[in-house]
Design a protein around this ligand. Structure first.
Ligand SMILES: NC(=O)c1ccc[n+]([C@@H]2O[C@H](COP(=O)([O-])OP(=O)(O)OC[C@H]3O[C@@H](n4cnc5c(N)ncnc54)[C@H](O)[C@@H]3O)[C@@H](O)[C@H]2O)c1
Length: 314
């Protein structure tokens, strides 16, 4: 009966139209107090492009300190990788709006855009390739300097599409290294060095390509499915440290990444969802902010799609 609710919710989400959404929240016994955050998010316009999603609330283990729902991240420090443009820049802006001091990280050639984002939100920058050997140590040193990160958003990601038969090894390695391997190394170092403590939040960007698969994206699909694997593999160990780890899987979002898709495929991507339109970077950013909130201590190991209920995938 419990599982039936998933099929019901996902189906009703596709039926109601006119921009209405439907979500399901499972609440573990004793975790009733954790309902506030998902209700707050799912009943607000912030989740306009989120529908047919399932979230599980578990016992938080400890009570979050008092916070203001209008500035839930006041006093918190956040790191956003790939923050110079697109979804990453929107995440940085929304976290700053919610009160966080944000470090935006991107590769050195993106320095101009990176500085512009940091200036707009009163944050600081880290010019760094996350796949560099010393990247975890550089991030851990920065964390130490500012007294630790409360929120780390692994947003940096790339595509290098080719059918598997023609996939150069370097395309495979590059996508896997940026989209997943670097995250594992950074998390490990941050946690080992005290760069993130109790109440910490790790949020990683997956993709519906990692759920449904996509033509020409064996490398990207593998890396984005691996993000979901990471969430699953670490959630229990991190819960013992009071740290949550969740993933957000965007569908078709209007950015430079999707502007590069050929016109007909792009138009199909835009339309093939219950909302009949592409999403905006801010839709992904608001979902990140939902997981980053102190109210979301009981939410870990979740994957929320921001895809307007794309017909591809679940
Ligand atoms: N746009 C979409 O429709 C969509 C859909 C699903 C998932 N995503 C994911 O969302 C995230 C952001 O995508 P976007 O559309 O904003 O892309 P984008 O290309 O506009 O931005 C990605 C950013 O990551 C940075 N980056 C790449 N490699 C890096 C490295 N080695 N070190 C540091 N920074 C690096 C880039 O310089 C860039 O600023 C990615 O993980 C992407 O896979 C996007």
């Amino acid at each position: 009966a419990q599982r039936a609710l998933e099929g019901f919710t996902r189906s009703v989400g596709k039926e109601i139209k006119k921009g209405a959404t439907a979500q399901l929240v499972y609440v573990d016994e004793g975790a009733e107090a954790q309902l506030a955050s998902p209700l707050h998010f799912f009943l607000s316009p912030k989740s306009a492009y989120v529908s047919g999603q399932v979230v599980r609330a578990t016992e938080a283990g400890f009570k979050a300190a008092k916070f203001d729902w209008d500035k839930p991240l006041a006093g918190k420090k956040a790191l956003v990788t790939g923050g110079s443009r697109g979804i990453g820049a929107a995440i940085a802006e929304v976290l700053a709006r919610d009160g966080a001091t944000v470090t935006v990280l991107d590769i050195p050639p993106m320095a101009d855009d990176l500085n512009q984002v940091a200036e707009q939100i009163g944050g600081d920058t880290l010019e760094l390739d996350i796949t560099a050997d010393d990247a975890p140590a550089t991030i851990a040193a920065k964390a130490k300097e500012i007294g630790g990160y409360d929120v780390v958003v692994h947003n940096a990601g790339v595509t290098r599409d080719k059918m598997l038969g023609n996939m150069p090894e370097k395309f495979w390695d590059m996508v896997l290294n940026i989209n997943i391997a670097s995250q594992l190394r950074i998390n490990e170092k941050l946690l080992a060095d005290g760069g993130m403590g109790k109440g910490g939040r790790i949020i990683s960007i997956s993709s519906i390509a990692g759920i449904a698969g996509n033509l020409g994206q064996t490398n990207y699909g593998a890396s984005k499915a691996a993000v979901i694997g990471m969430i699953d593999a670490y959630k229990d160990e991190y819960a013992e440290k009071g740290i949550t780890i969740n993933a957000v899987a965007p569908g078709f979002i209007e950015t430079q990444m999707t502007a590069a898709i050929p016109f007909t495929i792009r138009e199909a991507g835009r339309r093939m969802n219950a909302m009949n339109q592409g999403g905006q970077p801010v839709d992904v950013a608001e979902t990140i902010a939902f997981f980053a909130s102190p109210a979301s201590q009981g939410l870990t190991g979740n994957v929320v799609r921001v895809c307007g209920q794309m017909l591809l995938g679940a």
